[in-house]
Design a protein around this ligand. Structure first.
Ligand code: PMP
Length: 430
């Protein structure tokens, strides 16, 4: 299999774009090798510029639950394009998508659309601060909420719960209001509340997908809700990744824990740049122009993006059983791969939620980021590059979640398991 075209394109891109990519994870840094430059996607497949074809388990990092070039989404987009790309004025499609999402999430009375997950979270946090009149926020190590300043934090020294910037360019003053807790560890959240009486919100991925797939325990989420209620703190569920993937009615429908604000992205845009945040009416009423909390966007609610989102979400709502069908496939995939790995003496932890799947080369179950970091990264890198050679495109980082689309058939799942068996044998024989 030649990837000469991708090698050449990457070289050129590196001269023009920092690291050759417009989002770091695409650079294959943690697995080595060259990122594949994509010529086209169709159904379950990606084709690179050298003509190699891969079954795609990344799906643009989540949005494409119906695979590439879904007919309904594609024709909705083409139709919208013919009416104009952007108006900067309201359109009916915004209310149509709003109504649809509100009908699917009990916790959302009103919603606002933005253009990315980062923007959705950044705005939700400003809203929580504006609503409560408080400054501090709590986030969990290993959860990713986009790249806005106050969320680029890592653990501070010693016993401190207040975070330090995790990137140069973020002033320490901007992260001094961000407290860090450990996922699935309620004691660490209690410590945050003991350290600060000024906590506006706790933000969590209720089904974490950015340290690999690590769902929160139900009981932990219930305790989190109770802690927030006891102190007038808002609970934000960041469902940019899990929204419409794990279930079509939000994590609240499977955990029984209702957030005050939900952030969405990825699937809600059907592959176009869309993010959203929504929640209780009295909280959303604080948002400009109804209320004083400022938030805006030239391309927010863009008509083409709304058309794609509307097509994707209405198709999902009409075919609600799709999530359990995809879950069956996801389970079969990771259970099959685990069996093959274990027959080669490779321990593997697996999990699925709806169309999301995760696997760790780890002897112990993964409950938090520290556990995830104990996984075998070298083994993952080998697995990744060998599976690529077999024609299967997995996320190029140990800390990412995999996705099943409706275009991925049972036969493709079987082929993937077979390829994994070959790959695990090769890895253990070398
Ligand atoms: N929140 C979560 C849970 C995410 O997974 C992501 C992106 N992977 C974001 C926020 C940021 O979204 P975006 O990349 O669209 O800015």
């Amino acid at each position: 299999m030649s990837v000469d075209g991708s090698l050449k394109a990457f070289k050129q891109a590196q001269d023009l774009i920092p690291g050759g990519v417009n989002s770091p994870v695409r650079a294959f840094s943690s697995v080595g090798g060259t990122p594949l430059f994509i010529a086209e996607g169709s159904g379950a497949y990606l084709t690179d510029i050298d003509g190699n074809r891969y079954v795609d388990f990344v799906q643009s990092w989540g949005p494409l639950i119906f695979g590439h070039r879904d007919e309904a989404i594609e024709s909705a987009v083409i139709d919208a394009v013919k009416h104009g790309l952007s108006f900067g004025a309201p359109t009916q499609a915004e209310s149509d998508l709003a109504q649809l999402v509100i009908s699917m999430f009990d916790s959302i009375d009103k919603i606002r659309f933005v253009s990315s997950g980062t923007e959705a979270v950044m705005s939700a946090i400003r809203l929580a601060r504006g609503y409560t009149g408080r400054d501090d926020i709590v986030k969990f190590t290993g959860c990713y909420h986009g790249h806005s300043d106050s969320l680029l934090v890592q653990a501070g020294s010693g016993a401190a719960t207040f975070g330090n910037p995790s990137s140069p360019g973020v002033p320490a003053d901007f992260t001094k209001h961000t407290l860090l807790a450990e996922y699935n560890n309620i004691e660490s959240v209690k410590k945050c509340f003991a350290d600060s009486s000024d906590i506006a919100c706790v933000i969590i991925e209720p089904i974490a997908g950015n340290m690999g797939l690590v769902p929160a325990d139900k009981e932990f989420l219930h305790e989190l809700r109770a802690l927030c209620d006891a102190s007038g703190t808002l609970l934000i569920f960041d469902e940019v990744m899990s929204g419409f993937r794990a279930t079509i009615n939000g994590a609240e429908s499977i955990t029984g824990v209702r957030p005050d604000i939900v952030t969405l992205g990825k699937v809600i845009g059907g592959g176009m740049p869309v993010g959203a945040f929504g929640g209780r009416a009295d909280i959303m009423a604080k948002l400009s122009p109804e209320g004083p909390v400022y938030q805006a966007g030239t391309l927010s609610g863009n008509p083409v993006a709304m058309a794609a989102g509307l097509a994707a979400i209405s198709k999902l709502k009409k075919n609600a059983q799709v999530i359990s069908v995809l879950n069956e496939r996801a389970k079969r995939l990771v259970e099959g791969m685990r069996k093959e790995a274990e027959s080669c003496g490779i321990p593997m932890q697996i999990d699925t939620r709806g169309s999301m799947f995760g696997f760790f080369f780890n002897e112990k179950p993964v409950k938090n980021f520290a556990d995830a970091c104990n996984s075998d990264a070298q083994l993952f890198a080998k697995f990744h590059s060998k599976m690529l050679q077999e024609g299967f495109y997995f996320a190029c980082s140990l800390y990412e979640t995999g996705f099943i689309s409706t275009a991925i058939t049972d036969e493709m799942i079987e082929d993937t398991i077979k390829a994994s068996a070959k790959v695990f044998k090769e890895i253990t024989n070398n």
